[in-house]
Design a binder for this molecule. Structure first.
Ligand code: PLP
Length: 394
């Protein structure tokens, strides 16, 4: 059968107001990069996050924000960073590129994110940083992780790529750590025309470094007799912790920034609608013991993704997926091969991990198509088809 419900690479449809805002920016933005729309997006984002104005920096994608966060870590030979093995590859490799050695922490089987306990188990004297990933959109339990990192003097980084708007005790995910990154990729609940990102840095002393780090080392000369001599702008970046900072061009264009600022007005509504749908799906299938969902009724989960675990194991999972695809045209996917199991990481010497929950979850998980714009008819069809298929294997 033809695919009826695809696992779409596009999460949302834009409103006419959002399209008008893009068109307006296309007409009036000057310059087309690093102008007033960028400043507006960064200021609004900081307000949305409940963090200090000046602490948020737009980037061309989430990976670019991770790259800069990795640079700020100033890893020295032998330094380690702790990261869940169950995450998207971009959470990890920027920190390797900038000199860190990954050490994998296990996830909790129910929440699919790391805990203070699973992190504590793999800390060593060489650990310099800890990366927490709020995967699938669920905010990890940050207060004990913050405490642990403070006690051990570790840099705490939140990969909030999937968890915009998720909160823990009223505080936004991505506002607990020393750094946080966000992604506005096509697949995310908030997307700035397919690519985009944000870096949050808590320490105000580091803020002046970020614009030149983001954009070719450009910073203005403080005093020069005429504005064009010796050059229109200085190119400079100081050493940080005895480590040279090499610049990048990770800027996000003005049109994307205009849209990002506008979309912040709707993100809570999008998240609430996705959450309501996820709960509908989970509750309607709650009589099927073969499927184990993570049910979270509060804004701690933005249900960026809707994933479950098949309790009967990998073979049953594969049969269910195949049946849904072949006979019902529903394309579910399996996500986040534990990083230590990728040949890429193995070749680099990072193939070892003791993460049985991550392995079990990955080997038995199903991620359902969950784009925000899925029609109610298709949603109902997916629900009923899933029920029929799973019941066949009861
Ligand atoms: C958990 C996670 N981290 C990092 C990224 C990287 O973000 P981007 O695609 O915007 O570079 C993504 C998404 O793509 C992600 O899901």
């Amino acid at each position: 059968m033809d695919t009826r419900i695809n696992f779409s690479g596009r999460s949302i449809k834009y409103t006419e107001e959002e399209i008008a805002c893009v068109v307006k920016a296309m007409r009036d933005a000057e310059p087309l990069t690093q102008g007033r729309y960028m400043r507006e997006f960064e200021a609004k984002f900081a307000t949305y996050q409940g963090v200090a104005e000046g602490s948020c920096f737009t980037t061309c994608n989430g990976c670019a924000a991770l790259e800069m966060s990795a640079q700020l870590c100033c890893f020295k030979p032998g330094d380690e960073f702790v990261i869940p093995s169950h995450t998207f590859t971009a959470s990890c490799y920027p920190y390797i590129k900038h000199g860190g050695k990954p050490v994998f922490a296990d996830i909790d089987l129910n929440t699919r994110v790391v805990t203070a306990e699973s992190i504590a188990k793999v800390l060593t004297k060489k650990t310099k940083a800890v990366i927490v990933v709020h995967l699938y959109g669920f905010a990890a339990d940050m207060p004990p992780i913050v405490k642990l990192c403070q006690e051990r003097g570790l840099i705490l980084i939140e990969d909030t790529a999937q968890a915009i708007g998720s909160t823990l005790n009223g505080q936004k995910a991505g506002s607990f750590g020393d750094h946080a990154i966000f992604s506005f990729h096509s697949h995310k609940n908030l997307t700035t025309l397919g690519e985009g990102g944000m870096l949050y840095v808590a320490d105000p002393k580091l803020w002046p470094l970020i614009p030149p780090l983001r954009h070719n080392g450009h910073c203005s000369y403080d005093t020069q007799p005429v504005y064009w001599k010796p050059a229109m702008g200085n190119v400079d970046l100081p050493y940080l912790d005895n480590t040279p900072l090499l610049p990048n061009n990770y800027s996000l264009g003005e049109i994307e920034c205009a849209l990002g600022a506008k979309m912040l007005e709707r993100i809570d509504k999008i998240n609430a609608e996705k959450r309501a749908r996820a709960l509908d799906f989970i509750d309607n299938l709650s009589d099927l013991p073969q499927l184990e969902f993570h049910r979270e009724a509060t804004s701690r989960h933005n249900y960026h993704l809707l994933a479950c675990r098949v309790t009967g194991g990998e073979e049953l999972r594969d049969r269910i997926m195949q049946h849904l695809f072949k006979d019902y045209g529903i394309k579910c996917v399996v996500q986040y091969l534990p990083l230590n199991r990728y040949p890429f990481y193995q070749r680099l010497g990072f193939g070892l991990a003791n993460c049985p929950n991550a392995d079990l979850f990955f080997d038995t998980m199903i991620s359902f198509p969950f784009q925000h714009w899925l029609s109610q008819e298709d949603f109902n069809y997916m629900l009923e088809s899933t029920r029929k298929v799973v019941q066949e294997y009861a």
